[in-house]
Design a protein around this ligand. Structure first.
Ligand code: PBG
Length: 360
């Protein structure tokens, strides 16, 4: 062991930086070697081989953690790629059933379905969202009939059906809160009737989780879960999703209901409310730029935290990988891992299928 006196000498030699240093260089090196030999903690020991690295790995992403978002369009045998999301397609019902079948074989069992509707199905009140024979609800029914063991999550918000492109009811340029709740609750019940296992309110209206919970319970859907978009930020990362559904707001932005990216304490308020109102999962969205929020909610709440790895996060990886600037597969895996490490036990991601393929 290096004695304190010798260590002091060593330090002095170095500080003097003169002949004494040169004269003592032999001593310095031997002291250094002696010091190294006696290192008690060498974290590199746990990194010395692939087997040991795997043995001590704290966090691992599996297909069980993933929810695959899918875009639905009308028609038969129709498939159209989302320009800003290479590899992601809007699918007609028949092809969606095939896609789900393929994914189930790869081990993905939970799907979040979003409808892409043409303008003729849109109005101010999102009436189409309640149409049992319409594209969305009838396809949900088919999916559940064919794959009863699959878990189907649905989206509750007005935007895919709204001629205003907003998540709530618009009056004189204002997004109304309480009037929207009635529509959302009916939407949730209609989706539950069609077989939804998890309802995903993505609208950010105040009080919607409690309102929806009550409506579901009244109709006997006490077993239908709610994954609340708890901390959903007004984000530029949703751009490609809005391309996919043609659902961008027709005026203004979503900043009066979605959260300000500068805030984290507000996420705790939203989480408190959602928890008290009966949410089964708390979601943070987007995920990658909000890992601190995922951790914050996971540290403070004892229900599962979900992270939505959103469209823009997917698009960035795909774009850079296409240019050969990054290794897309490794970046994908690292991103998913970071979300889980931050505290998300569920990850909604467009990478789900390719991730599942990559580990097969
Ligand atoms: C709509 C909704 C959005 C997303 C999910 N549900 C977009 C928005 O709020 O404008 C975004 C998902 C993504 O970007 O991948 N309520």
């Amino acid at each position: 062991m290096v004695s304190p006196d010798l260590a002091m000498d060593f330090k002095k030699c170095c500080l003097q930086n003169d002949l004494a240093f040169i004269n003592n260089s032999y001593l310095c090196i031997s002291l250094f070697l002696e010091y190294m030999v006696h290192l008690t903690h060498r974290p590199r020991r746990n990194r010395k081989s692939a087997v040991i690295r795997d043995l001590v790995q704290e966090t691992q992403v599996t297909v069980n953690d993933l929810i695959f978002p899918l875009f639905l369009i009308d028609g038969k045998n129709k498939k159209s790629e989302v320009n800003s999301m290479p590899g992601i397609f809007r699918l007609s019902p028949d092809l969606m059933l095939k896609e789900i079948e393929e994914c189930m074989k790869l081990g993905i069992k939970t799907f979040d379905i979003f409808p892409s509707l043409t303008d003729k199905y849109k109005d101010k009140k999102a009436t189409e969202s309640l149409n049992k024979k319409g594209l969305y609800l009838s396809t949900l029914r088919e999916i559940k009939k064919k794959f009863p063991e699959a878990v189907i999550m649905t989206d509750v918000a007005m935007d895919p059906y709204s001629s205003d492109g907003h998540d709530g009811l618009v009056k004189n340029g204002e997004i109304l809160n309480d009037e929207t709740l009635e529509i959302l609750a009916k939407m949730a019940v209609a989706q539950a009737e069609a077989g939804a296992d998890i309802i995903g309110p993505s609208d950010m209206m105040d009080g919607r989780v409690g309102f929806i919970r009550e409506a579901l319970d009244e109709e006997g859907f006490t077993n239908v879960s709610i994954m609340s978009y708890t901390a959903k930020y007004a984000s530029a990362f949703y751009g490609p999703f809005r391309d996919a559904l043609d659902s961008a707001p027709k005026f203004g932005d979503k900043k009066t209901y979605q959260m300000n990216p500068g805030n984290s304490k507000e996420a705790l308020i939203e989480a408190d409310l959602d928890f008290m109102e009966g949410a089964d999962f708390l979601m943070v969205k987007p995920a990658l730029s909000y890992l601190d929020i995922i951790k914050l909610l996971n540290d403070n709440f004892n229900i599962p935290i979900a992270a939505y790895n959103v469209s823009g996060e997917y698009a960035m990886v795909k774009a850079a990988a296409a240019k050969g600037w990054i290794d897309g597969d490794r970046v994908r895996d690292e991103i998913l891992l970071s979300m889980k490490r931050a505290g998300a036990s569920v990850i909604l991601t467009y990478f789900a299928k390719e991730f599942a393929k990559s580990i097969k």
